[in-house]
Design a protein around this ligand. Structure first.
Ligand code: ATR
Length: 278
């Protein structure tokens, strides 16, 4: 029997939909491996009910939450204190319920960069990077990518105005583009941040994008490799990419960083990634 006054700290993921979320599995593994006594669940939040849900969870004693589609901007507005990276992203994927308020952070960009650099062995420094898409997912990773000092970063989007607006936040290394205008330009790292894959689609990109040895990275994740890989990675493989990776590693890395924000402990990610891939 546990003493009555030892209460397991509770966390959860908030989304709509949320049933598919891998976060409960990932955090259960982190908890087991680190010995941090946490419970982690998921909650389907009504589309117009995010602020109310957060208020209820805080009052109920929850310690924090991960936030997924479509609530990352609601979470940004709910936070009473923001990290620099959440401010830059304009979105929050990690809430920590502190006694004096709600701290909002964004670990998505850190997750992407760590996956590329540490798990995949793809340094960003000095490389030519293409970020396809200019929505919330792209904004979340822009500053962390730039912090790695790429040779240059092009943001290409179906709607040029959105690429221009996002590029304006990035400084002199960043150039906006349409998808068509990429013809004849080559990149070392091509990152798909669009939601096209949800419908099994691939953004209409020109041939010849991949430089020798180039990496294709899809921020979405598929069911696996081979025939089960994402539509973007299947396209990349037949259009000259030397290597490809989906966003499962990013998912695990952003979760590890959120765990650190909550617990001050950094869990190992490789075993969890291997478990999910298995
Ligand atoms: P998220 O938060 O996932 O980034 P979003 O803000 O709705 O979602 O942005 C979706 C991104 O995917 C946008 O860059 C969108 O292009 P537009 O700005 O032109 O709408 C892009 N996108 C979605 N479906 C696409 C498709 N079939 N082809 C190309 N781009 C697509």
């Amino acid at each position: 029997m546990r003493p009555k006054d030892i209460v397991t700290d509770r966390y959860l993921v908030l989304g709509n939909p949320v049933a598919h979320s891998q976060s409960p599995r990932i955090h259960a593994e982190f908890s087991r491996a680190t010995g941090e006594d946490i419970a982690y669940t998921r909650l389907l939040v009504p589309l117009d009910g995010f602020a109310q849900a957060v208020a209820t969870l805080r009052a109920d004693g929850f310690r924090g939450a991960n936030v997924t589609v479509p609530f990352k901007e609601d979470a940004f507005r709910c936070a009473t204190r923001l990290s620099a990276r959440a401010t830059a992203a304009g979105a929050v994927n990690t809430l920590r319920f502190d006694p004096d308020g709600t701290f909002g952070d964004n670990t998505d960009g850190c997750g992407l960069v760590t996956d590329l650099r540490s798990n995949l062995g793809v340094p960003i420094a000095g490389r030519r990077v293409l970020l396809v898409g200019a929505g919330g997912a792209a904004r979340g990773v822009l500053q962390p990518l730039l912090a790695e000092n790429p040779a240059g970063l092009v943001i290409a989007n179906r709607t040029l105005a959105r690429a221009e607006a996002l590029a304006a936040l990035g400084g002199t290394l960043v150039r906006p583009s349409t998808l068509e205008a990429l013809a004849g330009v080559r990149f070392d790292i091509v990152i798909n941040s669009t939601s096209a894959g949800i419908a099994g689609e691939v953004p209409p990109l020109p041939d010849g994008l991949f430089a020798a040895g180039a990496m294709a990275y899809d921020m979405m994740y598929g069911k696996g490799t081979g025939a089960d890989r994402t539509a973007f990675l299947a396209w990349a493989q037949t259009h000259g990419a030397s290597a490809g990776a989906d966003g499962l590693g990013m998912l695990v890395e952003q979760a590890a960083e959120a765990f650190f924000v909550w617990r001050g402990v950094r869990p190992a990610t490789a075993p969890v990634l291997a478990m999910l891939r298995g």
